[in-house]
Design a protein around this ligand. Structure first.
Ligand code: C5P
Length: 215
């Protein structure tokens, strides 16, 4: 069974999706982590961001292992580093790169082969797994999402201004929705869950009920 969870930045998808996968006994695929990992490679290699091919080459040769609790990039645990502001700021170069997307979508489909999975991202229910048995669109108001992001970063020791995060988030939303390939889009057959005012536990229980109905 494939459960897709799509939605905008900061909707709390990553932590909830992982908990949902654990609760169901399914594998978990965090596709945002893949785009972040490719962006980190680009930073480290000091690529010319305007040269699309350099990043495609890096994505092609990288081994991104998401099968455990941590994100391994060529064997190194980069779980923390890919979530820093420094990496977030350049992840759009990976996400907007058609060749990188082709590489990563192929890896996502291979990962899902013969596994029950919860997969989380922007284009999972629309483009990557259009025949998924259960599709969820998880969202929250822009202010609520920005507040959560500020708190997340603070918990990791990064102090950031709310207004700045809100601005960055609006820009990312627009870019995510306007991308030619793999844009953020609610699939026609996805169930929308608006999480404003809900605790993580409430959201988890809601999603478990939705998946049970799909089974
Ligand atoms: O979900 P997360 O914020 O970690 O994703 C990082 C970036 O990767 C997003 O801003 C989005 O542009 C991109 N992304 C994507 N397609 C996906 C998942 C994430 O383009 N399936």
């Amino acid at each position: 069974m494939i459960v897709t969870i799509d939605g905008p930045a900061g909707a709390g998808k990553s932590s909830i999706s992982r908990r949902l996968a654990d609760a169901l006994g399914f594998a978990f695929l965090d596709t945002g982590a893949m785009y972040r990992a490719v962006a980190l490679l680009g930073l480290r290699a000091e690529v010319d961001w305007e040269n699309a091919n350099q990043l495609v080459e890096l994505a092609r040769s990288a081994i991104i292992d998401l099968s455990g609790q941590v994100v391994l990039l060529n064997g190194e645990d980069v779980s923390e580093e890919i979530r820093t502001q420094r990496v977030t700021a350049v992840t759009r170069f990976a996400a907007n790169n058609v060749g990188v997307r082709e590489q990563l979508v192929q890896q996502q489909r291979t990962f899902a082969d013969a596994l029950d999975i919860v997969t989380e991202g922007r284009d999972q229910g629309t483009l990557v797994f259009p025949h998924a048995e259960c599709k969820i669109y998880l969202t929250a108001s822009p202010e609520e999402r920005a507040r959560r992001r500020v708190n997340d970063l603070a918990a990791r020791g990064e102090t950031v201004e709310f207004q700045k995060i809100l601005q960055q988030q609006t820009a990312r939303d627009q870019e995510d929705m306007q991308r030619d390939v793999g844009p953020l889009l609610k699939a026609d057959d996805a169930i929308e869950v608006l999480t404003d005012g809900m605790s993580e536990e409430d959201v988890l229980q809601t999603l478990i009920k939705i998946v049970r109905r799909c089974q």
